[in-house]
Each structure stands twice: as structure tokens, then as C-alpha cells.
Design a protein. Structure first.
Length: 255
């Protein structure tokens, strides 16, 4: 299950993609399989990185990877990469966990190439607000969410760096009711209702039936669990066409 729309990144063979806060590798592994690019996934959680490595190994062993994948421990406030290293950067469901999120955004700007694409996703305001109202434990657990973003707040923070917004969407609407139930039943984790809904989500993920896919597309603008924003870093003056940008809206933003 990925949150970022690959079409908005416009990746080309041989380019470099950073997945900052990759967790268990859902985006990093996906792009290593689907695109002929060099993918770097970084996170502070060694346990999650080991899980990502285990999940990626079968694809590498069966030669199902088109690209190369490197997983490493790194701090988003002090990324161990030179300036202008990556053609695209994903930071999905990470910034809501970090106190100095603007410091992370500054590091992203530093290591992203001119004309590079940055995709940021955070929990959408309404579904997240409901979760906070239903359960204090939801956001008070270690490593939990420390803020609820408003979309304009995050967009404004990124645009202050000079990045130009060109697209947005919401995702995972069917997951919002699950998290509302989970918060409501926080002290009853073995609830039959919660288990049935979880099975539904797994079935939907594996089978992708037309009915639930259509229902989620319909509900995403209303209760999508995540909001995803896409930006382009201004190209250098001599760049007539932003490298790696195939999205028409990204092309327009770069002009």
C-alpha cells in the first residue's frame, strides 16, 4: 500500500530517489521494483529497517527488482548526503512525528536537485482530529503524532523554501473508519468488530476489487486518511526543461 502517486514523480532510468523516514519500506521497495532507479531509504528505527530489508530480499533474490535499493540509518535533521544529490524525495507520514519538522524540510531542500520533485504526505486534518478526540493514547504513545497539520500550514512551510506546489490528493479513505474504531476501542484491541474491519482492509489490499476501489476514490476527498502534496524545486536558470519531470502540472510549476 503506497500513498504517493508514482506518476507525479516522473522518474527516469538512472535517477536517484530518497525515501526519508522509510519505515518498513513500503515506498522504497515499491519503487525499487517498479522503476530503474537508485532508491535510498533512511530511517532512525533499526527494527523497521531490518523488516524492510527482509521484505525486499525475496524480490532481489528472484531478480524482480528493476532498480537498486539501499537502506540505512540516518537522521532527517542531519542527512549524510551532499547537496543536490537526489532527483526526487518522498517523506510520507513522517513530519507529524518530528518536533523540528522545518529543519527536516530544510535538509530535504538541501539534498534535492534543482528541478527535483518533493512529495510530502501527512495525516489529513479531519480524520486525524477525530482520532485525537476518541483516544489520548493514540497520539501519546512513544514515537506518536505530536501535531495535527492543516494542509495550508504544511504547504506554506514548503513554499517558504522556494518550492512550487503543483498537485495534491488524498488517499486511504477506507482506513479512516478503521482508525476511528481502533481509537474508540483502544482498550479492547481484540474486538471482533476491529478484527473484521482489518480483514476487510487486507482483502481489499490484496484483491483490489472494483467496488472498494471505486468507493475509496469517491470518499478520498472527504475522509482520506492522508493528504499528499507535490512540489518542484526551482530549476537553475540554464535548465530549459526540468530533468525527470514528466507530469504536465509539474512542468507548468517549473516555468
Amino acid at each position: 500500500m503506497i500513498t504517493v502517486d508514482p506518476r507525479q514523480l516522473g522518474l527516469r532510468p538512472g535517477q536517484r530517489l530518497l525515501d526519508l523516514g522509510c519505515g518498513e519500506g513500503r515506498h522504497a521497495i515499491h519503487f525499487a521494483i517498479s522503476d530503474d532507479v537508485d532508491v535510498v531509504g533512511v530511517d532512525l528505527n533499526m527494527k523497521d529497517l531490518r523488516t524492510a530489508q527482509q521484505r525486499a530480499r525475496p524480490f532481489a533474490e528472484q531478480a524482480q527488482q528493476r532498480g537498486r535499493l539501499l537502506l540505512s540509518v540516518a537522521d532527517g535533521l542531519r542527512l549524510p548526503f551532499a547537496d543536490n544529490t537526489f532527483d526526487a524525495i518522498i517523506c510520507s507520514e513522517v513530519l507529524e512525528h518530528i518536533d523540528d519538522y522545518t529543519g527536516v524540510l530544510a535538509e530535504i531542500d538541501r539534498v534535492l536537485k534543482p528541478a527535483g520533485i518533493f512529495a510530502a504526505s501527512v495525516p489529513a486534518f479531519l480524520p486525524e482530529w477525530v482520532c485525537w478526540k476518541l483516544s489520548d493514547e493514540y497520539h501519546q504513545v512513544e514515537g506518536g503524532h505530536i501535531r495535527i497539520f492543516r494542509e495550508r500550514q504544511l504547504r506554506g512551510s514548503i513554499e517558504k523554501l522556494g518550492h512550487r506546489f503543483f498537485a495534491r490528493h488524498k488517499a486511504h479513505a477506507l482506513h479512516s473508519p478503521y482508525w476511528w474504531l481502533k481509537c474508540w476501542l483502544w482498550h479492547r484491541p481484540q474486538s471482533r468488530l476491529l478484527d473484521v474491519y482489518h480483514r476487510l482492509l487486507v482483502w481489499d489490499l490484496m484483491r483490489k476489487p472494483i467496488l472498494t476501489r471505486a468507493l475509496e476514490r469517491l470518499l478520498n476527498p472527504l475522509i482520506g486518511k492522508s493528504v499528499v502534496l507535490y512540489f518542484i524545486k526551482p530549476p537553475k536558470p540554464e535548465q530549459q526543461r526540468p530533468l525527470g519531470v514528466d507530469s504536465p502540472r509539474a512542468m507548468e510549476a517549473a516555468v
